[in-house]
Design a protein around this ligand. Structure first.
Ligand code: ADP
Length: 245
């Protein structure tokens, strides 16, 4: 059974069909890239998957269950997590407290987080383990604002992971990150536990071809083709879209 699967998924904004007839599937443990030119509909598709947008047509299944009509917050509670293109962190908080907060949020203690956190060593232990997994443990107690940008993007992934997702949708996780840091960021993504399925949007083709095991190509709202990096690399239609040859 696929972790995530869409059938005939589409959305119109007025007369503009931003996403059309998309059949996309994400296998358990996937490391799948969603690529395509600017304006192809990649972020819109992620917004459909997470429930930010309601589709005009088609359906979405998560682990076999039809979630097309399920609100975004319930999808998140059922294991669908995402990160955004833009930074959503609190600059003066430390990575450790940021993750502890996210853990309390998952446990439904968000409103009074400071009260339980003082008592909860479990949340701190879990936060330390999560930061270590993302190679942020040495930075756990610095203000977020002092972290290099690539580390901040890793922290965003840590916050998404604090929800214990089964599916992780990453919207340009390396956007704005210097080249030497972006490879490390994708190393960490590749090493995430195998029970988490990952779909990521990425523009840097070197990163896509190095880290994706499958690639889906979206052009003008439609899936042009999908396959392994080797298959996509020799597909003349993809070359035409990207290189105009
Ligand atoms: P990508 O992520 O591939 O660059 P987007 O999903 O951001 O593309 O956008 C796809 C198209 O849909 C663009 O032409 C964009 O202007 C349009 N679009 C996205 N969201 C909306 C919206 N809420 N209302 C109207 N048009 C939108």
């Amino acid at each position: 059974m696929n972790a995530l699967e869409t059938q005939g998924l589409g959305i119109r904004f007025g007369a503009f069909q931003a996403v059309a007839d998309v059949n996309l599937s994400l296998e358990p443990g996937a490391r799948q890239a969603l690529i395509g030119p600017n304006g192809a509909g990649k972020t819109t598709l992620i917004n459909l998957l997470t429930g930010i947008y309601k589709p005009s047509s088609g359906s979405i299944r998560m682990n076999g269950q039809d979630i097309t009509a399920m609100p975004a917050d319930r999808r998140a509670r059922q294991g669908l997590a995402r990160t955004f293109q833009i930074n959503t962190l609190f600059p003066s908080l430390t990575p450790l407290l940021s993750v502890v907060l996210a853990i309390h949020e998952r446990e439904g203690q968000g409103a009074t987080w400071w009260r339980p956190y003082r008592r909860s060593t479990a949340a701190f232990d879990e936060a330390h383990a999560l930061l270590a997994r993302l190679r942020l443990d040495a930075l756990a107690n610095l203000p977020v604002a002092e972290l290099a940008y690539g580390k901040q993007r890793l922290l965003e992934i840590a916050l998404a992971l604090a929800a214990r997702p089964r599916i992780l949708l990453l919207d340009e996780p390396a956007a704005g990150v210097p080249e030497d840091e972006s490879a490390e960021l994708f190393d960490v993504i590749a090493d995430l536990p195998q029970d988490i399925s990952v779909l990521f949007i990425e523009h840097d083709m070197n990163l896509v071809f190095k880290f994706a095991r499958r690639i889906s190509v979206l052009v003008a709202g439609r899936i042009l083709t999908e396959g392994t990096p080797a298959e996509i690399g020799r597909d003349p239609r993809v070359r035409e879209v990207y290189l105009g040859t």
